[in-house]
Design a protein around this ligand. Structure first.
Ligand SMILES: NC(=O)C1=CN([C@@H]2O[C@H](COP(=O)(O)OP(=O)(O)OC[C@H]3O[C@@H](n4cnc5c(N)ncnc54)[C@H](OP(=O)(O)O)[C@@H]3O)[C@@H](O)[C@H]2O)[C@H](O)CC1
Ligand SMILES: [K+]
Length: 492
């Protein structure tokens, strides 16, 4: 992402509604709102000139609101700089800044239907931004189709028209931009999928709204070290291995021990002092032939688990990867929950509770210490009502589940959302596409379990774990497998 001023907080996510309140607060503090629009339009013109120096004709599409106002300013400035700039669109509503922008840069405003693509065209999409609240009209959908068919590059003002800034979902037809120029703060729709793809390269620009006004109670951020760096595990040279945490990973049966090994390896490489695999009867030899630094402890049944859990040094647990036996997954989870120590449930650990969600909601009271790591299918099995509610964004769904289970949710995908029961939410936008590979989730569960075992609070451990996972994938490179991934983890 490019930026125009270091003072802008690149990690804050502000909903379009809150952005409206910020604009209002800026106006009430005496800042000239037309001045903000002029700066917004100037940034758009600058992005076009710097990224498309060969432009033959700037095609400015202007909507009726302030997004269109930004377009009028950009068009006027481009014309003044010698670029042929042709405006298409609707007349602005009278009386506001957009009407003032239209007057400041008079000239023809052609009907949208009249635009026919030409070689060398670059579109400035200033039809709708934060104010979009319904699907675009058929005539606009047809124009979007024409632009896409011709391959005309699009610079979106604030958001590609048709995209919801709140959810990252298109409301109907939607531009796919090569660049999006937004102002003051990122919106969730810039990072949530498919919005992130539809926005292309992001440009976050300062238009002069003071930082003190760009605040929000939305408690949403881009995942970033600023969220967790202050809670990173403390290490000092004299520390005992138990001081760096003892992670337990529950293994599945003889035929399915690989997933637990991946989690355990990831846990060790993420800085846990000790990692032990709890192995069921019959799996000992298979595991032993593959393990060196990782230990084993036989756990045949609940009674043996109960006895072992009296060892207070076992500081966090990962249950689910390759686990298999769903009934046992539930009863073991209940036992470890009763210790008051942190737990990551993944894979079969999640499926085990799909039909027992009420039980899961009761097991982990108090300060959040349960981390759930569902992918889309697992999330749907656990929270079908939230998954199927089209009014909710992925952030809303993750928050709903976090509050229901008093758990930190790691709702996985290309736009993994981490949400805490207290409402904090982070969207991870840096993971490479090749992270979606078999066993990758086992590695993530191990990393988060390891950070929990080292004493990080659950939300921070989950945010940091998701980031370390993505960084390891970048180091491992395209074509990596989950074992390579685990080998490329660097502790916090
Ligand atoms: N962030 C800032 O500080 C600044 C942002 N600026 C720009 O302002 C827009 C937001 O402007 P706003 O006027 O609130 O909203 P829009 O321009 O996006 O759209 C509102 C108008 O569009 C109509 N509308 C909405 N959806 C549709 C649709 N699907 N089809 C047709 N028409 C639609 C809506 O009409 P109503 O009938 O609902 O009233 C409105 O007329 C922001 O995105 C920035 O680009 C400022 O320029 C600088 C400060
Ligand atoms: K737009």
């Amino acid at each position: 992402m490019s930026r125009t001023l270091m003072a802008i907080d690149e990690t804050l996510l502000v909903s379009p509604r809150t952005m409206g309140k910020i604009d209002q607060a800026a106006a009430e503090s005496g800042i000239d709102s037309f001045g903000l629009m002029q700066k917004a339009g100037a940034h758009v013109a600058a992005v076009l000139l710097s990224h498309f120096p060969e432009v033959q004709r700037a095609v400015i599409l202007c909507g009726p609101g302030n997004n269109g106002g930004d377009g009028h300013v950009a068009g006027g400035l481009l014309a003044a700089s010698g670029v042929e700039a042709v405006r298409f669109g609707m007349e602005p509503k009278p009386g506001g800044d957009a009407a003032r922008a239209r007057q400041a840069y008079p000239g023809k405003l052609l009907p949208l239907e009249d635009w026919q693509p030409r070689d060398g065209d670059v579109i400035v999409d200033a039809l709708f931004g934060a104010g979009l609240d319904r699907p675009v009209a058929a005539s606009i959908a047809a124009l979007i189709e024409r632009a896409q068919h011709a391959g005309t590059p699009v610079i979106a003002v604030d958001l590609p028209s048709g995209l919801s800034g709140r959810t990252g979902e298109p409301t109907g037809a939607c531009f796919a931009a090569s660049h999006t120029v937004t102002f003051a703060a990122l919106k969730p729709g810039h990072l949530l999928m498919p919005g992130r793809t539809l926005c292309g390269q992001m440009h976050l620009c300062d238009i002069g709204i003071p930082a003190r006004l760009i605040r929000s109670d939305d408690a949403m951020w881009k995942n970033d070290p600023g969220l967790y760096a202050s809670k990173r595990p403390l290490t000092d040279a004299g520390q005992h291995k138990y001081g760096r945490g003892h992670l337990v990973v529950f293994s599945g049966p003889l035929s399915a021990t690989g997933a637990a090994r991946l989690s355990a390896t990831a846990g060790l490489n993420s800085g846990a002092g000790l990692v032990t695999i709890a192995n069921p009867p019959g799996a000992t030899l298979a595991l032993a032939s593959h393990l060196t630094a990782i230990m084993q402890h036989p756990v045949r049944d609940e009674a043996e688990l109960e006895t072992w859990l009296s060892d207070k040094r076992l500081s966090a647990f990962v249950l689910g990867p390759g686990f298999g036996d769903l009934e046992k997954a539930r009863s073991y989870t209940a036992r470890v929950a009763a210790t008051g120590r942190p737990v990551v449930l993944d894979a079969d650990g999640l499926t085990a509770f799909a039909s027992e969600t009420d039980l899961l909601a009761k097991l982990f009271a108090g300060e959040a210490r349960l981390v759930l790591t569902p992918h889309e299918g697992e999330f749907r099995r656990l929270c079908g009502d939230l998954a199927d509610d089209p009014s909710l964004s992925k952030i809303d769904r993750a928050r709903g589940a976090a509050s229901r289970f008093n758990a930190v949710m790691v709702y996985k995908g290309a736009d993994t959302v981490i949400a805490a029961p207290d409402g904090r939410a982070a969207v991870n936008a840096d993971a490479p596409a090749w992270l979606a590979t078999a066993g990758s989730g086992d590695v993530l569960a191990g990393i988060i379990g390891s950070l929990l075992s080292q004493g990080m609070p659950a939300f921070e451990a989950a945010c940091a774990g998701v980031a370390l996972h993505g960084e390891a994938a970048i180091r491992a490179g395209r074509g990596m497998n989950a074992e390579d991934l685990a080998g490329h983890i660097e502790p916090l």
